[in-house]
Design a protein around this ligand. Structure first.
Ligand SMILES: [Zn+2]
Length: 159
């Protein structure tokens, strides 16, 4: 399935998950959809798929109309707006401020990854697969000999 950024955001907003993006709950997936759309367009129409749709059709932001994908959304929007399960999930996303929580969680993870990169850069590690020793550039690295990918923080030190 090939989706443009705007189509991915809209799909998540409507379905709450995608084959390559499963989430713990439909509410979380819907909040992720809104987050995708905000990042793609720098606009925010909340959990209002019709408002998003109108804006995206008009501007084609994020490649919304690529492959005429936008046509299928008009019908899908109609059906989710009448879908009790979708309404429930949106109510949960709203009452639990899921968008804000996910945004905070992302920032925290980014920060932790940056800290790990700073900490592990320049430290000698051995590749857990072929035992070649090398210095990490950042936490996540790839062995220059056998191409094995691993995290420096997950393996023992060289000596
Ligand atoms: Zn290796």
């Amino acid at each position: 399935m090939q989706l443009t950024p705007a189509q991915m955001g809209m799909s998540l907003l409507l379905y709450g998950s995608l084959p390559m993006m499963p989430y713990d709950s439909r509410a979380e997936g819907i909040a992720r959809g809104r987050q995708h759309l905000i990042l793609t367009t720098r606009q925010d129409f909340g959990y209002n798929p019709l408002a998003w749709h109108d804006y995206l059709v008009e501007t084609n932001a994020g490649g919304y109309k690529w492959g005429n994908g936008h046509r299928s959304y008009a019908k899908a929007i109609e059906s989710v707006l009448a879908d009790h399960d979708w309404q429930q999930a949106v109510a949960v996303a709203e009452s639990e401020s899921l968008l804000e929580e996910l945004t905070e969680r992302d920032a925290r993870r980014r920060h932790e990854a940056q800290q790990a990169d700073l900490y592990w850069s320049g430290k000698s590690r051995r590749c857990p697969k072929c035992n070649t020793e090398f210095k990490s550039v950042q936490d996540r690295g790839q062995c220059t000999k056998c191409a094995h990918v691993f995290y420096a923080s997950h393996v023992g030190s060289a000596k």
